[in-house]
Design a protein around this ligand. Sequence first.
Ligand code: 5GP
Ligand code: MN
Length: 341
Amino acid sequence: MISKIIAEDLITKVKKAINGVEKIAIVAHVGPDGDAMGSTLALCHYLMSVDKEPTVIVPTAFPNFLNWMPGSDKVLVYENDKEKSDKILATSELIFALDFNTPSRMAKMADAVIASPAPKILIDHHLHPDNFAKVAISYPQISSTSELIFRLICRMGDFSRINLACAECIYTGMMTDTGGFTYNSNNQEVYIIIAELIKLGVDKDDIYRKVFNTYSADRLRLMGYCLYKKMKVYPEYHTALITLSGTELFQFNFVNGDAEGLVNIPLSVLGVEFSVFMREDTDKIKISLRSQGTFPANKVASDLFNGGGHLNAAGGESFLSLDETILKFEEALPNYRDFLE
Ligand code: 5GP
Ligand code: MN
């Protein structure tokens, strides 16, 4: 019913790799988002259904609004549980690396994953994957890794093993990586897959509420403050910038996840095609970039901020001060004029 995107030889290789082993680790990127959690947990549920022993390990904690996800209570957070995680990684017979394209996206967990003798299988939708995996299932045209997991399970002939927990995880990743189906979501097959997930019992309205409507009052106030006081618009460059210093974050009792989605809001201003959000972290400035149409957010991320990502959603980091980072950005903006529509 849906087209065969993943090459046949890759399906065979994954099947063979799974068949021969029991202990499997599934890892994702630092600051795991809905797709990182959705894809890893969906694969975990599937592997349990074929009697494997999978463990999901993420480098840093996932946001609270994902802690309802089935299986999330068993996820190991590397920075909180390093010893146990190192042991599992070292003794795993197979490691799935999901939703990232380069080991550095695993931050402090990268060394342990790379050092493990287990063969790695990459499943991802970011451009230009590094060559660190034995098998690489990399399809940047697919809008989420969770969708790739659905496609992979189906192609292995195991659609019937997708239980409700697995389906909920797949749906969450598909929904979050497309901003609730508002970008990267024109592929009609996305909706064929969603129809299948709903048939399996997924309550999509409920998942939307659980993921998107769980703001704390502090988070909402922080958003209000950003939009009222901190959003700078550069009309000649169709660009908007929001920045938050550590002091400002402290004022609003910032916790991880509180700034999630904020970077998208300026795109709702008529004429704004490119939106950037910078936030002071303990040892760096974390930068999120979003664009509309053909403006390459990932190019700006890699040119200026050691980052990358997708055309319309990218990220990076800066080790300059916040003010210096802002200056660097403003000075570089004219260079991207030709990409504006
Ligand atoms: P976010 O703004 O939500 O943190 O990230 C959006 C997308 O940008 C992610 O899905 C990921 O593809 C990419 N991204 C975020 N941070 C980084 C980074 O530091 N390096 C690279 N290469 N990509 C990033
Ligand atoms: Mn993703």
